[in-house]
Design a binder for this molecule. Structure first.
Ligand SMILES: Nc1ncnc2c1ncn2[C@@H]1O[C@H](COP(=O)(O)OP(=O)(O)OP(=O)(O)O)[C@@H](O)[C@H]1O
Ligand SMILES: [Mg+2]
Length: 334
């Protein structure tokens, strides 16, 4: 593989821009499909077995003008080939778990809290009040994912979906320089999109699903996941539809993370209640919009000066605990 050699040319995040290896998930690898069937699938935009495995028979039948029985057959075969939505042994599932990779946050303590760092195949959610460090951690991860593996990165590019207009190229450059990286190259490896409304945000993720097939992307950041949903569904009685749509969006993110072995980092602003002295100050104020579905949830809060405290909230596989880290001009550190 030519890629290996490139990686060894120390700290060359541009190596990430290389085209991916041949796609083993190409629709052409669907067992026993005729040229006509193949053409219909391709014309309808299905080029990847992982997409095919996820779609419903009715949707596929309509898109390709084939019978539902044929559609079901294709989907089933795609499921068998990719392992998506199919039975597998617990041992195989465990192997898949082991293929998870981590991106360093920049803080050893925070990495430990998260079980090594921000993980692929999972959604990591940071929630907290303004200035708690949610965006800063996002910027830091966008830089760190570009670093070589031995430095805690994944030698890859990142997608940044900015819903609040707070993405700061200047701040990212500063963080890159602090890590000894060329800011220009680092910025080139971050694909930023400003989401305009909640539907647009959902559409952007569809687009990302296409991009990850071509590009070496290992991290998707949505800062913030929830703000546009809050704006678009702010009326009385809109809570249920908002929740429904958000759940679907989160589900799609989770599938993307699993299918392509990608880490997803999302932020969620919640107001702290100044009148509440004890317990979790963010309960009862719509703090649990995201709730289940995300892999790791951490609650961030500001402490003295640059200090931040992260607390893990109901993680299925990690012990509860807290980590203290700093956000300085150089970024996230211990
Ligand atoms: N260049 C810098 N040097 C030092 N500290 C910085 C720098 N830039 C940002 N910070 C720290 O990060 C804080 C902002 O954090 P961040 O933007 O992550 O908040 P947030 O949790 O995303 O808030 P919001 O909910 O408003 O989006 C600042 O208050 C400051 O303490
Ligand atoms: Mg922010």
């Amino acid at each position: 593989m030519p890629k290996k050699a490139k990686v060894e040319e120390k700290e060359e995040p541009e190596a990430a821009v290389e085209t991916k290896e041949e796609n083993e998930f190409s629709i052409e690898n669907l067992p026993r499909i005729g040229p006509k069937g193949l053409q219909k699938l391709q014309e309808a935009g299905y080029n990847d077995l992982r997409d095919l495995a996820r779609i419903s028979p009715k949707e596929l039948a309509d898109a390709c003008e084939i019978t539902e029985a044929t559609a079901r057959n294709y989907i089933l075969k795609a499921g068998e080939t990719t392992g998506i939505g199919n039975f597998r042994t617990a041992e195989e599932a465990s192997e898949r778990q082991k293929s998870k990779e981590t991106i360093t946050t920049g803080s050893k303590m925070l990495n430990e809290l998260l079980g090594g760092g921000v993980k692929t195949q999972e959604i990591t959610e940071a929630y907290g009040a303004f200035s708690s460090g949610k965006s800063q951690l996002g910027f830091q991860l966008a830089v760190n994912v570009q670093m070589p593996k031995e430095k805690g990165g994944l030698n890859s590019q990142c997608v940044f979906i900015d819903t609040e207009g707070t993405f700061s190229a200047e701040r990212v450059s500063q963080l890159a320089e602090a890590r000894g990286l060329d800011p220009k190259k680092v910025l080139r490896n971050i694909l930023v999109a400003r989401a305009l409304h909640s539907d647009h945000q959902v559409m952007l993720i569809d687009k990302v699903r296409e991009m990850v097939k071509e590009k070496q992307i290992k991290l998707i950041i949505i800062d913030s996941l929830t703000s546009l949903f809050r704006v678009d569904f702010s009326g009385r009685g809109e809570l249920a539809p908002r929740q429904q749509k958000l759940n679907k969006h989160i589900h799609e993110l989770q599938m993307l993370a699993e299918d392509y072995n990608i880490a997803v980092y999302v932020t969620n602003q919640v107001m702290a209640r100044p009148d509440m002295m004890f317990g979790d100050p963010t309960t009862h104020v719509g703090g649990h919009i995201v709730g289940h579905g995300t892999g790791v949830r951490m609650y961030l809060r500001k402490s003295k000066q640059s200090m931040r405290i992260a607390r893990l909230i109901d993680s299925p596989s990690l012990p509860e605990g807290e980590a203290v880290f700093k956000v300085t001009d150089k970024g996230v550190t211990d």
